[in-house]
Design a protein around this ligand. Structure first.
Ligand code: SF4
Ligand code: SF4
Length: 133
């Protein structure tokens, strides 16, 4: 399951200034795969992938340290079917092969593989794609 972590890094005591992920891996023995990280001097956003059976434990441990956690396993990217014209631009840019055509040349979405890079949102000519809030 994919979990999106957001945290502050403003103060020395903020979770973003601590080796939180490494500590939780060590404590729990759960292997965490970091798929994306945007971190600057004040805040951070990290997308991790954890085994489904360990997701509740990891979420709880992260939240105990002050990190906000959002599950993204379903509908990380939202497609507005009214706006989509099945042009295939999102297929071309997605590094994770989330999009494909079905036998009728309609777009199919394989949500679990998304790493929230945002390329498809920028590439879509009809503003049919957005990130789940
Ligand atoms: S780029 Fe936008 S309009 Fe084109 S197929 Fe993808 S979602 Fe639909
Ligand atoms: S955000 Fe990136 S990984 Fe996710 S569906 Fe769009 S292009 Fe693919």
């Amino acid at each position: 399951m994919k979990l999106l972590l957001t945290f502050s890094r403003k103060r020395e005591s903020d979770p973003g200034r601590q080796p939180v992920i490494a500590r939780i891996v060590k404590e729990t023995g759960v292997l965490i795969n970091v798929e994306k990280a945007n971190i600057d001097s004040t805040a951070g956003e990290v997308l991790i992938d954890v085994p489904d059976q360990d997701a509740d434990l990891i979420r709880r441990r992260m939240e105990e340290t002050g990190i906000s956690v959002r599950s993204l396993e379903r509908n990380a990217i939202v497609r507005d079917e009214e706006e989509c014209i099945d042009c295939g631009a999102c297929i071309s840019v997605c590094p994770q092969n989330v999009f494909s055509f079905d036998a009728d040349w309609r777009i199919q979405v394989r949500q679990g593989a998304c790493v929230l890079c945002g390329k498809c949102i920028r590439a879509c000519p009809h503003q049919a794609l957005s990130q789940q809030q």
